[in-house]
Design a protein. Structure first.
Length: 122
């Protein structure tokens, strides 16, 4: 079984990020975990906590299946904010550990959101 960060399991928090009107930026991180927990869940939780304190952070949405495949979408005010997050020292260390130990395969994509809409039932 693959670990799931606890931030995904908190029922009092909406799984949807609250974002402003566009434009804003997204980082889409898709990954397939290797077998074994190896401290992944705790570090994933820490990265969300750390990202939330970064200038320009808007929110995050994340899911992971039982097969180890997951997608995390983080929302940012600007490309500069994303660059600041990428260069954050604790995040850099987690990236290296991920490449070495946690991820069988990953893809990262960065995009600018020009339009966004949704529907919520009353």
């Amino acid at each position: 079984m693959n670990p799931e960060p606890s931030f995904q399991l908190n029922p009092s928090v909406s799984p949807f990020a609250s974002t402003p009107e566009p434009p804003y930026h997204v980082v889409v991180f898709s990954s397939l975990l290797t077998t074994g927990e190896n401290g992944y869940g705790a570090v994933a939780d820490r990265m969300v906590e750390l990202a939330a304190g970064q200038p320009g952070f808007l929110g995050v949405e994340s899911v992971r299946g039982a097969d180890g495949f997951g997608i995390t979408v983080s929302y940012w005010e600007s490309e500069e904010a994303i660059a600041g997050w990428k260069a954050q020292s604790e995040h850099l260390a987690a990236q290296e550990r991920g490449k070495r130990q946690w991820y069988e395969h990953y893809e990262l994509r960065v995009a600018k959101v020009e339009r966004a809409y949704g529907k919520r039932r009353p």
